[in-house]
Write a protein that binds this ligand. Structure first.
Ligand code: SF4
Length: 757
């Protein structure tokens, strides 16, 4: 008998970085089905908004993914055997320690730490990282955002910069289709509002006539991979037509003369021709930007995983900086953060920190995903020999899956912490099971809103089954097994925690202030000592006590303005606020708050990044990328659609439409190849081949095709593993990457198609 309770429980959507608040009513025979789902009106960021994606989230919790419920150890024949937690932790610790003794701890790398909805557990990895002396980490951000982080850090001294689209007069989306990929609260409502308002201008720069482009006042339908020429032409129009904010720049920026010299002589007409965009339309867009004092840009994966990605990030920022669009309502801002996802270095030179084998730049603290195989598959003495992967699936999600699998197989030890038996877990020596995101307290560190920024600690909806352990406990056990934790310190802190927060704060500062090692182990120290004093089931939120102290230190005025008198008060509000809390409020003086967070050495905006300004000059002679006779199509590998999500959704039944994720092609190209919707084609790239069904896309340029993200995963059906759709990274190359950030060009993969009769 199916039952549904009337009790609505707060949680959040885990399918994109917005993490909209949800309410769930449980049902099913055991009350473990996410039977009814609706937006949570009490969530201070999303206020009840959702798109269609979370309504079938039960397919994540109760779908046909191959759930892991016990620690597993790979056997000699490649199968897995169940082992106890004690054996698993002891053996893993011994193997990591052995690598550390023989080769140094930095021969073990850490990958992952969470996806769109789960960063809390990964926060504890920092202690494991320190305990075993690891030196390098990476995550999916290092195949998307690290170029932008470096540009932001170099120009503004802050890794993370966002835009106030809700109040912008001119909103510009670059390589971004927010109708499907969201990325900011109420994306669809906001798009419609801008589109309907005759006083506002919506500009979309995208090779495809996307759902967002359909709403736009101006769609600059750039040729795939040629955004750099388009943006350089836009800057040239600003400079040549004297549309720049001269007074603002004189007060706030350095390096203007070099920028003017670079773009003053650019051939606008020639660059627009290369970009494939009508020059008059480009001038119209630039005039709209130049005439407004409230322009907000949002760049995303369409350009960040494409040719010239870091250069494009730089040019994009130059446009809004040259027009003075920083700090004021409706322009770019730097938010207060709870836990920084990336760190801005003092030394912003590209090679200030590099990987051990290939010498690739480490940006935002993350090594490029694309070089991981090269850092393993070599006889270099500093190669990686061990890897700890947490809540991530590099064998599927990173470029060139065959090469990544080869690299993972070559490691001395691979340990995976995850909920399900993923493509990566199936290569591991040990798999450590974690509860799902609805079976433990969870949170994300995607807290980017402004002027009021929100943090949401989600209470568990369900009890975890016997077997899995929360990541906090897994890391605590790994750290304890390493011998890095001093039991006397743990005892002292545990005693202080029982005495109250003031005593704990004093004891914690005494334990960590002069002791770098203890400070590095802080997440686990907090979990073991403060954790047991927290409300039932919230022990793994202990890490947030440290985060709230640091957030208060860094942005005390903003945190106080949000009603929290101290770090402790904020921590308590987060524990109590089951629908989320506003943790920072800059609405009293947003501009001053933004300028406080501009952390360049002289407090000015730095318009010049020498390598990138040179790259901008080189556009005059660079050969623009395009298809070739051998490879007549450009494939966008990983397009965001109505029913695509990240790889945590393994059950294709989650998709109400297009469960197998067809390859999209223009009507002309389909006709030329004699294809009709539903026909199958072989798609071949320089790296691999696959078979896909096609669908016709009226908004697509000829020569431009696309496959969706999140496909090519398997699930269990009648005891068999069944794969649905094409895994995009079977077709991509890790070598095809940005020269600065090393990010892959997934949105520009040369390809050819052969109809299957
Ligand atoms: S916008 Fe993102 S977080 Fe919000 S409901 Fe849709 S997929 Fe979920």
């Amino acid at each position: 008998m199916t039952t549904t309770t009337d009790e609505w429980k707060p949680t959040a959507c885990i399918l994109c970085e917005c993490n909209c608040g949800l309410e769930v009513a449980l049902g099913g025979p055991e009350g473990r089905t996410l039977a009814k789902i609706r937006g949570d009106k009490l969530h201070p960021g999303s206020h009840g908004y959702t798109c269609e994606k979370p309504l079938r989230l039960d397919r994540y919790q109760n779908g046909r993914a191959e759930r892991v419920l016990h620690p597993l150890r790979r056997t000699a024949d490649g199968s897995y055997e169940q082992i106890s937690w004690e054996v698993a932790i002891s053996e893993i610790s011994a193997r990591l320690t052995e690598i550390g003794v023989e080769h140094g701890g930095d021969a073990i790398m850490y990958y992952g730490g969470g996806g769109q909805g789960n960063h809390l557990g990964g926060g504890y990895s920092r202690a494991t990282f320190a305990a075993y002396g690891m030196g390098y980490r990476s995550s999916a951000l290092a195949q998307e955002k690290t170029g932008e982080f470096w540009v932001n850090s170099s120009m503004l001294g802050a890794a993370l910069v966002r835009s106030d689209l809700g109040n912008a007069q001119v909103a510009v989306f670059l390589g971004k289709n927010p109708w499907q990929s969201h990325g900011f609260p109420h994306a669809r409502t906001m798009l419609r509002d801008i589109a309907r308002d005759p006083e506002r201008t919506l500009i979309v720069i995208d090779p495809r006539r996307t759902e967002s482009a359909e709403l736009a006042d101006i769609h600059l339908q750039v040729r795939p991979g040629r955004d750099a020429w388009l943006l350089a032409a836009m800057i040239a129009v600003l400079v040549q037509e004297d549309l720049i904010a001269t007074d603002w720049l004189a007060e706030h920026a350095s390096g203007l003369a070099d920028v003017l010299a670079t773009f003053g002589g650019v051939d606008v007409d020639g660059y627009c021709t290369i970009a494939g965009v009508d020059e008059a339309l480009v001038r119209q867009a630039v005039c709209a930007i130049g005439a407004s004092d409230r322009t907000a840009f949002f760049e995303d994966l369409g350009v960040q995983m494409n040719h010239n990605s870091t250069l494009v990030s730089y040019l994009e920022k130059l446009i809004w900086l040259l027009t003075g669009n920083l700090g004021r309502t409706g322009t770019a801002y730097i938010p207060a953060v709870m836990v920084p996802l990336a760190t801005a270095r003092k030394d912003t030179s590209l090679h200030a920190s590099v990987t051990p084998v290939t010498g690739s730049p480490i940006l935002g603290g993350l090594m490029p995903c694309n070089v991981i195989p090269e850092e393993i598959l070599t006889d270099h003495p500093k190669r990686f020999r061990g890897m700890l992967v947490e809540s991530a699936n590099p064998a599927h999600s990173l470029a060139d899956s065959p090469r990544m699998r080869e690299a993972l197989a070559a490691l001395d030890v691979l340990v995976v912490i995850d909920v399900a038996m993923t493509e990566t877990a199936r290569m591991a020596d040990y798999v450590l099971p974690a509860p799902t995101q609805f079976e433990k307290p969870e949170a994300t560190f995607f807290n980017f809103e402004f002027p009021r920024n929100v943090f949401h600690l989600r209470p568990p909806l369900l009890e975890a089954p016997d077997g899995p352990l929360p990541e906090a406990e897994i890391h605590a056990r790994l750290v304890e097994a390493s011998g890095a934790l001093d039991p006397a310190v743990v005892d002292r802190l545990a005693t202080a925690a029982q005495q109250g927060r003031d005593a704990f704060l004093t004891a914690f500062l005494m334990a960590t202030a002069g002791d770098k090692r203890a400070a590095a182990l802080a997440p686990v120290l907090l979990y073991r000592t403060l954790g047991p004093t927290l409300p039932e089931g919230r022990q793994s939120a202990a890490l947030l006590w440290g985060a709230t102290q640091l957030a208060f230190q860094a942005n005390s005025a903003s945190v106080q303005a949000a009603g929290h008198a101290s770090g402790d008060a904020l921590f308590d509000a987060i524990l109590a606020g089951t629908s989320g809390v506003v943790f920072a409020d800059d609405s009293a003086d947003p501009e001053a708050a933004v300028w406080r967070r501009v952390r360049t050495d002289d407090g000015l905006v730095h318009l010049v990044i020498p390598e990138l300004l040179q790259a901008a000059r080189d556009l005059a002679t660079d050969a623009p990328p395009g298809p070739t006779q051998e490879w007549p199509f450009v494939l966008s590998a990983g397009e965001r659609r109505a029913f695509t999500a990240n790889t945590i959704i393994r059950d294709p039944e989650w998709r109400r439409r297009e469960p197998d994720g067809p390859l999209r092609i223009s009507p002309n190209d389909a006709e030329k190849l004699g294809l009709t919707p539903g026909d199958e084609v072989e798609i071949e790239t320089p790296r691999g081949k696959a078979t896909a069904r096609i669908s016709i896309d009226e908004g697509r340029q000829d020569g431009h095709i696309a496959l969706p993200n999140g496909l090519g995963l398997d699930h269990r059906e009648d005891g068999e593993r069944v794969v649905t759709g094409v895994a995009p990274n079977e077709l991509t190359s890790a070598a095809d990457r940005d020269p600065f950030a090393g990010t892959p060009r997934h949105k520009f993969v040369r390809a050819r198609l052969t109809p299957i009769a």
